[in-house]
Every structure is written in structure tokens, then in C-alpha cells.
Design a protein around this ligand. Structure first.
Ligand SMILES: CC(C)(COP(=O)(O)OP(=O)(O)OC[C@H]1O[C@@H](n2cnc3c(N)ncnc32)[C@H](O)[C@@H]1OP(=O)(O)O)[C@@H](O)C(=O)NCCC(=O)NCCS
Length: 158
């Protein structure tokens, strides 16, 4: 494992999970219940933040979650989470949800969300985390947008 002060690339902590949408996951309109998707998003994002910091983390803010298209029973839900930006003790994780029809292979981008996590020390206080190395053009763009987004979250913190 890397030393706690050594920065990590985005790829080193990225998380990808896949779920089969079951009848239990749906709402009375027979499409997926938003709360189920939010739970998958929070779990994938938390695991990504834990992989980056190698510390226990808690969610401090969920920002700008939007549901762009429904998902149906039998669809595969692909949840992709990656670190966009890191502060001193906090991390911004971006999550993209993609619905895939396993029989046709057709995919649709259904949901995007941004979540902030704080890494905790052994007695539950915020602890400084390692830096992030954005490598690709997309990662650099997300890092710059992430800084602006986290500044906004801090400004609006109640
Ligand atoms: C995590 C917790 C201990 C942090 O305490 P705190 O008093 O807010 O600590 P600080 O003010 O030092 O903030 C720590 C970091 O979080 C960031 N932060 C705190 N609240 C935030 C918010 N609402 N949005 C974005 N960032 C936030 C701060 O900016 C700071 O970032 P930085 O160190 O990278 O600059 C406390 O907020 C907490 O226990 N929250 C509840 C978490 C929880 O139960 N989540 C739900 C289940 S997991």
C-alpha cells in the first residue's frame, strides 16, 4: 500500500459496480425507485473515497443529483464513481449511472451526482488526506470544476 502522504491518480481509487434492476427496486410506475439509485450512488462514492484516502469516510454533502431517464426491471445499472477533487480533509466524488439493456447492449446515461466526503481519524475527527493526480483531459476538467463546486458547497454550508 502507498504511504499516506503519497498522492494517487484518479484511476487508483475509481469504483465501478453493476446491479440488476429487480422488482423490489421499483416504484408504482414500474421504473426504478430514486432512493435505491441514491443508495447505490452513496455506496460507490464512499468506497471510492475510502480507496483514495485509505481512511473511514462520511458523506457530508450530496450535490446536484439529477435523474435524466428511467431504468426498468431487467436493466443493468452501472455505477461509476471517481474522485474529482480533494481538499485538506474532504473529497468530491463524481458518480455517473448508466442503464444497459443486456439483450440489445443499448446504454443510456440516467443519473449524475456529486458527493462530498470527509476522511476521519481513529476518534472520528477530520484527518488530512493525500493529494490527487488528475491525468487525462477529462480528469483535469473535473478537477477544475470540482474546485469551484466544493467552494460553492462550503459557501452554502449551513
Ligand atoms: C464529518 C464531520 C466530523 C466534519 O466536521 P466539521 O466540523 O464539518 O469539520 P470541518 O469544518 O473541519 O470540515 C472538514 C472538511 O469538510 C468540508 N465540509 C464540511 N461540511 C461540508 C459540506 N456541507 N459540503 C462540503 N464540504 C464540507 C470542510 O470544508 C472541510 O474541508 P477541507 O478540510 O478539505 O477544507 C461532521 O460534519 C460530521 O460528523 N458530519 C456527519 C456525517 C454523517 O453522519 N454523514 C451521514 C452518514 S455517512
Amino acid at each position: 500500500m502507498k504511504n499516506q502522504n503519497e498522492p494517487k491518480t484518479v484511476a487508483e481509487s475509481a469504483v465501478e459496480m453493476r446491479f440488476l434492476v429487480m422488482p423490489n427496486d421499483t416504484n408504482p410506475q414500474n421504473s426504478i425507485f430514486g432512493g435505491v439509485v441514491m443508495s447505490w450512488i452513496d455506496m460507490a462514492a464512499a468506497m471510492c473515497a475510502e480507496r483514495h484516502s485509505n481512511r473511514p469516510v462520511v458523506t457530508v454533502h450530496v450535490d446536484d443529483i439529477s435523474f435524466k431517464a428511467p431504468m426498468k426491471i431487467g436493466d443493468h445499472a452501472l455505477i461509476k464513481a471517481s474522485i474529482n477533487y480533494v481538499g485538506k480533509t474532504s473529497m468530491l466524488v463524481g458518480v455517473k449511472v448508466i442503464a444497459e439493456n443486456p439483450f440489445t447492449g443499448i446504454t443510456r446515461h440516467t443519473t449524475t451526482a456529486y458527493l462530498a466526503f470527509v476522511a476521519l481519524d481513529d476518534i472520528g475527527r477530520p484527518i488530512q488526506i493525500r493529494g490527487l493526480i488528475p491525468e487525462t483531459e477529462d480528469e483535469i476538467r473535473r478537477f477544475e470544476n470540482g474546485k469551484a463546486r466544493i467552494d460553492d458547497m462550503k459557501k452554502n454550508k449551513k
